[in-house]
Design a protein around this ligand. Sequence first.
Ligand code: MV4
Length: 505
Amino acid sequence: MLNRVLVANRGEIALRIVRACHEEGIEAVAVYSEADRIAPHVKAADAAVELGPPPAKDSYLNVERILAAAQRTGADAIHPGYGFLAERAHFAEAVEQAGLVFVGPPSSAIRMMGEKTEARRRMAAAGVPIVPGTTELLRDADAAVEAARGVGYPVLLKAAAGGGGKGMRVARTPDEVRKGFGQASSEATTAFGDGSVYLEKFVERPRHIEIQVLADSFGAVTHFGERECSIQRRHQKLVEETPSPAVDAGLRAAMGDAAVRAAQSVGYVSAGTVEFLLDPSGTFYFLEMNTRLQVEHPITELVYGVDIVREQLRIAAGERLDLPVEPRVPRGHAIECRITAEDPFANFLPVTGRILHFQAPTGPGVRWDGGIETGSEVGLFYDSLLGKLIVWGEDRERAVRRMRRALAELLVVGLSTSQPFHSRVMRDETFLSGEYDIGFLERVGDALLERTLSPSDVEEIAVAAALAEDEARSANVSLATGEGTETAADSAWLRAARRAGLRWR
Ligand code: MV4
């Protein structure tokens, strides 16, 4: 049994984990940076420890301070969430060595999957299909050209320490291989401190599909179908759905089988995700394994009736997987929109500011996993995710309709969010057809990214104006005549109007 779990994270995922702990009768300890003193995840926890200044390296990435906080508060386990320390093998190891339970996989599994050529060798040995290419590192540019000749063009040079698209270069000729080798290697050195590079055949127009797995410490491994994650921009996912419009029961069983073998081959324990590319002919290839809880886990929870964080806690406590028998079938359809503090009409530029008013959508089939409230300050120290809007429907069309309705209900006043972009995706013909791939965003028409005034903008402006008027009245400043000194409140109103593209005198 676990009694107290320290949650080494912030924002929506920290809150999600605190909630799971409370449902299991476990106390939750929050940690926070100076920027997060009054953050929702801190208020929700049973105890909280300040780590240090806002920069992540001084707070959420500070292993010593986090371990000290766990010892001091008598925690018996640490849940890393995603990002930050979640996939640092040395952190999992340090947690284990401190006599605490790491709510996640063994450090050995993180390490094996973190080195991409080792992962490819292991997958090939376990019968998991990998993209044709090298399973050893490339010594130099000559070796890269030689390997490319064997694999056939086009090829993709990849960082062995990589993930997330850093240190990748497409090459269609031997000259491009030489150039790409150097570029990928130096980019990888900068990003990961390791310039090792290998190459794969470049798969054109693939879909990005991942399989959710759960494994207990007794060797039982099972999967919960796929998540379709192809709607992304520069490796940041924007919309996820399950089931994938491209996956039928037969393909699901084959990919699920491969994912289970992948997990077994590294002695995996806890929740994990096996990523695949699915090419237009229906062939799938192992890409990498994410050895953590993922942002988009809720869509799987809704369609498979499983609480993935609860299962992580039970597995970490040494309990057996106790789940309905297979075959598991998806029920209905779920979609997630990642609501970020970004301006979708200005290249998704991250924005900052205070949330003047926040209201989450509610009602049938709607779930909001968020980490913000009215008054929250959004800065640039951490990623721009404000929360995730997740819906369930009896089928894909009803899930889409429900998402449109929920997006219209969501109210975030005070800064730009990705919400209007998502509203348009939910009306986009290519999205609605289900026939899209990872190039969706590069190929969408300008209409999807063009700033116009939508009904929800009008609603937000009205709320912002009302709030401004309210604050202005108590500050005894007349907004109506524009007299008096400019206050934070009327700036907010102007900001909202400006953001919506309104002109004023
Ligand atoms: C690929 C690929 C095409 N062919 N590998 C991008 C991030 C990293 N996880 C692997 N990635 C890719 N690997 C081969 N052999 C295309 C991508 C890719 C991609 C994959 C998933 C989701 C979005 C993507 C966007 C661009 C490229």
